[in-house]
Design a protein around this ligand. Sequence first.
Ligand code: AMP
Length: 396
Amino acid sequence: MNILVLNCGSSSLKYQLISMENEEVLAKGICERIGIDGSRIKHTKIGCDTIIIEGDMPSHKDAVKYVVDALVSKEHGVIESMDEINAVGHRIVHGGEEFASSTVINEDVIEAVKKCSDLAPLHNPANLIGIDACKQIMPNVPMVGVFDTAFHQTMPAKTYLYALPYEYYRKYKLRRYGFHGTSHKYVSNRTAEFLGKDIKDMKIVVCHLGNGASVCAVDGGKSIDTSMGLTPLEGLVMGTRSGDMDPAIVQFLADKEGLSIDEINTILNKKSGVLGISEISSDFRDLENAIEEGNEKARLTMDVFSYRVAKYVGAYAAAMNGIDAIAFTAGLGENNAEVRADICSYLTFLGVEIDEEANKCRGIEKDFSAKGAKVKTVVIPTDEEMTIARETARLI
Ligand code: AMP
């Protein structure tokens, strides 16, 4: 069985074709600049060089056609015809309170996802366009939606309610939802497997540290708290997002700088975080280079970042009354030993103790706790696409 995993953004479409027999990725790629001049597809047949195909992609439907063409192409393809795509798994960002698990996509599901668009205006419409494009191009291929929010639907009301007038929850479902759920679910399960434990008996904190970043408290396999909220802006310091701050800052900036709410929203989402503090870059690799050159501001930015993560882990130790393991994942969590060590240095009071040598790893599953440490610290590379493919295979 071959599953096509699609992740549609407003002007991009990422894809992977996965053979489920041995969970092997056959090909992957990304269509960029959809609806903009200069659209193109970067396509990789696994084991071969990445190729770039320039192409006219005014819409996502055109992009899906290009993807299928690349997958069946004699030269760069991996299947003979479109009939060898048995199902499509779509990443959908916001499932609101409607979806606590993945689901086969039908008209009712599409309507429900549309209703959640208010909650994720940048993401859900793009996801829906991708679903529509597939419906047109491969009308008989079943589709499954896998939601970023679903894993966190187990959070209790005391976790998800904001201390705002309750009528806003009643009227608009204004509450905390959390994101990166597919990653938190995969990584927490892998952590238990990797450590040879039953997840039902474990209290795990997953630190998904990428350009977008969030922490999740997983108690007995269930998300009981996570750092992102109504939108992915809440919580940790991120590449360009502020994370937690005093809400009164919005009024302050509006008054002082004469900015509109929209402009402030853009600043909080696109110009803050690591980029905002460092005034260098949103990418930690640039920060690492700057630190090596003695740049104090880059050092400070990394300190602010790590401190915030450590505070969340401490809070989740209280939420779960203890922690058995802390798992690090995503671009930074998997690759940056210094950030991992920094975060762990705040947590020795919990019984965290790391093996500095073992921590010198990148992108591999690794237990880097010191011998006998009470709390295990592990690196577990995330695999959101494989999780979407597995969910899709299970449901069809
Ligand atoms: P992600 O959003 O998961 O792709 O993660 C992006 C972040 O991870 C950026 O800040 C990158 O600097 C960092 N990152 C990704 N790959 C590496 C790497 N190989 N070494 C160090 N940092 C990395």
